[in-house]
Design a binder for this molecule. Structure first.
Ligand SMILES: *Cc1c(COP(=O)(O)O)cnc(C)c1O
Length: 382
């Protein structure tokens, strides 16, 4: 990557004005268009093979992704939420029933825990990283807690080692939520290899996205792989023989696996581009916003997030320039209408403060340099 070429953004402004269009937060049509021929070949290849579920593409993708992550086995499932749910069932020690997670990550792990019939306790997050730490998690551990979810939010790898040490002392398992951080690499290994198990989502907007829903669980032992194989398919051990309670139907289909296998080799390049774009934003932005930086291999820039004291006015200024924004996430879990009654007495000061200030700006690898500069210029003028 040569860095962002400068001087072209006025063209973007003129084009958008002429076409009455907006700079989108994300534009999946571009990657789909660029890969049109390859995708068409994949679809016809899968159809011609006659394998639509758990065929050769599925096994090949599981093996390729396991090798990429440095784990013993990856198991495809139907979504990231299913990956979380089944991994919670795999890891929850007998006699315990509480999952600890953060409330600032969209509610996915809470949805998964509830599906698994477990209760949820929330840990607050660090104000600079927006991530849980051993300290925030330590405050909420109690005897009934069996699984701690560590979410690598916005693409940033959390510091898992101290969390793992804290949890190991108490017989608590660590589940990484890697839905936003595929490809992040730490000095200890890839995100997804750092806990007792890990969940991935291949929802189309994720860094490694399918052309529909998909997910995966990464595990470290053959025994754990065997349990997940049973859980993802009705609790079957061998065909039509239900040995395990808690089984569901959650499969990654052959077509999605084939698309993911084609896209996996592009992941590192795409992630470098995401970091490059965020760095350009960070270097350009005025003091009205703090750009969450994405420096180094530990951050894969899933979202371009800024924190603003006065979010509404920043959003308004960007809208004036036809730049789309969104908020990830506006309502912390414990304040969500469906959950709030249970958590009436809970306050998470840092989580609540951050939720009032975060704002996502356009970020996707296929953005042109001129578009990146257009956003950067708008951030500099705030
Ligand atoms: C997207 C996402 C999920 C859920 O993935 P789905 O495939 O949509 O079920 C879970 N956790 C996080 C942090 C996510 O961003």
């Amino acid at each position: 990557m040569q860095g962002i070429r400068r001087g072209r953004w006025p063209k973007v402004a003129k084009l958008m004005k002429d076409h009455d269009s907006w700079l989108p937060l994300n534009d999946l049509a571009r990657a789909l268009g660029d890969q049109g021929d390859e995708l068409a070949a994949i679809v016809s290849g899968v159809v011609a093979s006659g394998w639509l579920i758990q065929g050769p593409e599925h096994s090949a993708f599981e093996a390729a992704f396991a090798q990429y992550l440095g784990v013993s086995t990856v198991l495809g499932v139907a979504s990231g939420t299913d990956a979380l749910q089944l991994a919670m069932k795999l890891l929850m020690p007998t006699g315990r029933r509480v999952v600890v997670t953060t409330a600032n990550a969209g509610g996915y792990s809470a949805t998964a825990a509830r599906q698994a019939g477990m209760d949820v306790r929330y840990a607050d997050v660090d104000e600079d990283t927006h991530l849980a730490t051993a300290e925030t998690i330590g405050r909420v551990l109690e005897d009934s807690v069996g699984v701690v979810v560590v979410t690598h939010l916005y693409g940033r790898a959390a510091d898992v080692a101290p969390i793992r040490a804290l949890c190991a002392e108490r017989g608590v398992k660590v589940l990484e939520d890697c839905a936003q951080a595929a490809g992040a690499a730490t000095s200890e290994g890839m995100v997804g290899s750092l806990g007792d198990a890990a969940a991935f989502s291949f929802y189309p907007t994720k860094n490694l996205g399918a052309i529909g829903d998909g997910g995966a669980i990464a595990v470290h032992t053959d025994d754990d792989a065997g349990v997940v194989r049973e859980l993802r398919q009705y609790g079957w051990r061998g065909k039509y023989n239900i040995e395990r309670l808690g089984g569901v139907n959650s499969r990654l289909d052959e077509l999605q696996a084939a698309v993911l296998r084609m896209r996996l080799p592009h992941l590192d390049r795409d992630n470098r581009r995401r970091r490059e774009i965020i760095t350009h934003y960070a270097e350009s932005a005025s003091d009205a916003v703090t750009v969450l930086r994405a420096d180094g291999a530990e951050h894969v820039g899933h979202l371009g997030v800024v924190v603003a004291e006065n979010r509404e006015s920043v959003q308004g200024a960007l809208a004036q320039r036809r730049i789309r924004t969104d908020i990830h996430y506006p309502t912390p879990d414990h304040l969500q209408p469906a959950f709030a009654r249970e958590y009436r007495d809970l306050t998470l000061p840092v989580t609540e403060k951050l939720a009032a200030g975060v704002l996502s700006v356009p970020l996707f690898p296929e953005m042109t340099d001129a578009e990146v500069e257009y956003v950067a210029d708008a951030l500099s003028a705030l």
